[in-house]
Structure formats: structure tokens, C-alpha cells
Design a protein around this ligand. Structure first.
Ligand code: ZN
Length: 457
């Protein structure tokens, strides 16, 4: 039997760690802090900000980005002193945002800005995507990608500081409720939101209903109790499995957000759905009720939803407590969440469900002709696409587990959570050795499964 095929034998013991240990969350670098106030108006699409960002990364003290539909009125330092900046004419662009360059680096950056966005109350816009500041007539949706708040920008690496702690006052004319990612939603048109953890900052203001249970928040859609219960109990099970496996309690609970997209008419006509997750928010264009329906129906659809929710909840560990950086960024962020989701799927939906899921990944990789970047040779310039993040690297992790056993693999995953992101293969190996994986086993895995980036095993 090929040692790199990731399918585990069907006898998989219950998760090995008996209890949640008091493992300390990983040390975090100082993260940016975003403070100030934002006003918006659902009826006019107008947005005004008076926002400061402090504790900026060194490489990002001289530039920031802001959505291209917003106009900068002035930039000041923390003491109110004006700071000169470029970007009025022939500005640099980063996706949906303009790049502004300060005359001199500032430790604290305060930006006053204003803009107005088109309204699509008929949901007949030519497009919609995560980077738009979206007004659909009865709600506003600004994700972190839209750069609705100034974000420090590293012009060399072209990287935005898109996650930040926050203390923000939001006033929304026309909103019945307000939600900032990772804070409790509030009923009302204004509120102050704080987070001591760095988060991608997403804002949603709307007029729909809110349902809260101990396990989930459902925004902008009301569901019958049986569906709420289906979501709640699934989330509870996943939280239990992940917490036990990682040895650190999963504190966040997801918010399911129903959004009516700017181009909802076209989506309805095509029957297409669109969603994204900005943990702990899971946003979807269809109905959150569809997820609950699938969970209640059992079978393949239920398994896919369990795996999906488990993947997103895995981002509490890889993405929130541990914020990956460096050459293994995508593997540490996405493949580890994927690995955890397969663990949860096995626990919750059974061995057959997990094996089916793994077999699907395996068949996707079997049809890949081109070799992928070898995991032991990737560096910052390696192009790790979706196939790599969601299919190939999760299978590699499973093949490692098959070779070293579940207990050591669990220790390795906990080691990845607790350690700063490895910057090299040697640093990755150090984490493996600490987890009790011996050099011989590690080298055997490297030689038999990793080297050469063989897509076909
Ligand atoms: Zn993910």
C-alpha cells in the first residue's frame, strides 16, 4: 500500500487527548489598534470616517490604503499635527483600494475621510464581490477587503495590515441592528464596538432580525426553532471536537450572516450562491436556512456542511489565535484548518464520511498532471494555489499522520498552534521533533511523500 495515500484505516480511535489542557495561546506580535468613529447612511450610501490606527508594523508606517470610493480629507499624527501625503494624483492602487504615501513615517495615523456609494435597492448591480462597500437599499456590508477603514500598507511586500484590534463608534442612519466582526451584534443604530484580539474588521448594518443562542448568532434572517437547533448542535459538536484535539478551548462562536447581494436578481435567475467567511462571520447570499436544511437531511449534503463549518471554525486556531506568516502562510492557515475539519467530520459524521471526503481530495490530486511546489522547498515566492491549500497540503498532513500516528500528529498540530510561524523547513522540522516525531520518521515522510511535489503518488 502506498504510504502517501492519506486514507486512514477505518479504525480511528476517539480523539486522544483526554482533557483540555491549560496550554497558553501563542505569543502574538503587537497588533495594530484602530480607534475612532464612522458614520453611514443606508438611504444615501454616504460614509464618513474619523479613524486612527496605531501600533503599526515598522514596514507599514509610511503608507496606508483606503477604498477607492473614499476621499481623504486630512491625515494627522496622534497629536493632531497635519501629515503630508501623496495619492491625490496618479495614485497607486491595491485592488479596490488607493495607496497613500506619507511624507514621513508616523507612529500613529489618523485619517478623516468621506465618500458615497451607489445604492442598489433593486439588487440589479452589474456585480458584487467582497471588496465592494455594498449598499443594497436596506443594509450596508463593508468587509475588511473593502478597506472601509484605513489600513497600514507595506509597499514593498504589498501587504495590508487587514487585521486589527479595535475600539470604534459606529452610527448608522437607517440601521435596526449593527454588527462588527467578532463583537456581539447590537440592536440599534449606534454602538461602540471593542476587540482586544486582532480581527479582520467587517461591518454589517441592516434592518432584519437577529437570533442568538449559546452557540450561534443568525443575522438578517429568522429561522424556525428546529433549524436554529440544527445549527447550534452542529456548532457545539465541532467546538467540542476542535477544543479537545487542540487542547485549547474554542472560545468564538460563528455568526451566520444572510446577505442580499447587490446583484441578487442575477444570482436568483442563475440559481447561484455566493458566500465568504471572515471568521467568526460566515456570510452567504442564499439562506442560512439552506445550511440547516442540509444538516437536518443527513447524507452527503449534511457531511459537506459539517466539514465546511468545521473548516471555518478551525480558523479560530489557525488565523485567530495563531496568525500565520511567512512561506508556509497558506498551509498554516488553510491546510491546517482543512486537516482539523476532516478530524471533526470523522468524529461527527463517521469514518465513512471522512473517508469519502479524503477520497475526493485524493481523486482531485490524482488528475493533477503538473508537479506542485515541493513542500520542503517552498519559499516566499512559491505560488500555493487553491489546489495546494485545500487539497494537496491537507493530504500531506494526513500522510504524515499515517506515518507517525495520531498521538504525535496531534502533538504536532498543537505545536504549530503554539509556535511562531516556521520560516524554513528546518524550523518546521524542529516543531515536529518537539512533538515527538523522530528524525527518521520525518525524513522517511519527506523522502516518500514530500520530495519533488509529486501530485501523483
Ligand atoms: Zn479557510
Amino acid at each position: 500500500m502506498n504510504p502517501c495515500k492519506a486514507l486512514l484505516p477505518t479504525v480511528v480511535a476517539a480523539l486522544l487527548a483526554p482533557a483540555i489542557s491549560q496550554a497558553a495561546p501563542p505569543a502574538q506580535d503587537a497588533t495594530p489598534l484602530t480607534t475612532g468613529s464612522v458614520r453611514l447612511d443606508i438611504a444615501s450610501g454616504r460614509v464618513e470616517g474619523d479613524v486612527c490606527v496605531s501600533n503599526l508594523p515598522n514596514a507599514s508606517k509610511g503608507s496606508f490604503v483606503l477604498n477607492a470610493g473614499l476621499n481623504v480629507a486630512r491625515v494627522t499624527d496622534g497629536d493632531g499635527k497635519p501629515v503630508g501625503f501623496d495619492g491625490w494624483y496618479d495614485p497607486g492602487v491595491d485592488g479596490e483600494a488607493r495607496i497613500y504615501t506619507l511624507a514621513e513615517p508616523a507612529a500613529m495615523l489618523c485619517v478623516q475621510y468621506v465618500g458615497a456609494f451607489p445604492l442598489y435597492p433593486k439588487h440589479d448591480a452589474p456585480t458584487d464581490f467582497k471588496g465592494l462597500m455594498a449598499f443594497n437599499g436596506d443594509s450596508a456590508r463593508f468587509t475588511e477587503q473593502s478597506a472601509w477603514l484605513p489600513q497600514a500598507f507595506d509597499p514593498k511586500a504589498r501587504v495590508r495590515s487587514s487585521e486589527s484590534r479595535y475600539d470604534l463608534q459606529v452610527d448608522c442612519s437607517g440601521c435596526r441592528f449593527l454588527y462588527l466582526n467578532a463583537s456581539p451584534a447590537i440592536e440599534g443604530a449606534q454602538g461602540r464596538f471593542r476587540s482586544d484580539n486582532a480581527r479582520p474588521i467587517l461591518l454589517f448594518g441592516g434592518s432584519g432580525p437577529i437570533t442568538r443562542t449559546a452557540q450561534v448568532t443568525i443575522l438578517n434572517e429568522s429561522l424556525p426553532p428546529a433549524k436554529v437547533e440544527a445549527l447550534s448542535s452542529t456548532v457545539q459538536k465541532i467546538a467540542d471536537v476542535h477544543s479537545r484535539y487542540m487542547g485549547v478551548p474554542l472560545v468564538d462562536r460563528p455568526t451566520f450572516l444572510r446577505m442580499v447581494t447587490l446583484n441578487q436578481i442575477e444570482r436568483d435567475r442563475e440559481g447561484s450562491e455566493w458566500g465568504f467567511a471572515t471568521w467568526p462571520t460566515i456570510a452567504m447570499s442564499g439562506s442560512v436556512g439552506n445550511v440547516a436544511d442540509s444538516l437536518l437531511a443527513d447524507g452527503d449534503n449534511a457531511e459537506r456542511r459539517v466539514q465546511y463549518i468545521a473548516h471555518e471554525m478551525g480558523h479560530y486556531y489557525f488565523g485567530t489565535l495563531n496568525r500565520p506568516q511567512g512561506p508556509y502562510f497558506w498551509v498554516l492557515l488553510e491546510s491546517s484548518a482543512e486537516f482539523l475539519s476532516i478530524k471533526a467530520l470523522r468524529e461527527i459524521s463517521g469514518d465513512a464520511a471522512a473517508d469519502r471526503y479524503i477520497a475526493r481530495l485524493q481523486s482531485a490530486i490524482d488528475t493533477q498532471e503538473k508537479p506542485l511546489p515541493a513542500f520542503d522547498a517552498i519559499d516566499g515566492s512559491s505560488d500555493l494555489g487553491e489546489m495546494y491549500r485545500y487539497v494537496y497540503a491537507p493530504l500531506l498532513l494526513l500522510s504524515l499522520e499515517k506515518q507517525v500516528g495520531e498521538a504525535k500528529m496531534q502533538a504536532f498540530m498543537r505545536g504549530l498552534l503554539a509556535a511562531p510561524s516556521p520560516r524554513s523547513w528546518a524550523e518546521l522540522q524542529t516543531i515536529a521533533l518537539k512533538a515527538g516525531i523522530d528524525t527518521k520518521a520525518w525524513e522517511h515522510w519527506r523522502a516518500s511523500c514530500v520530495a519533488g511535489g509529486k501530485a501523483k503518488q
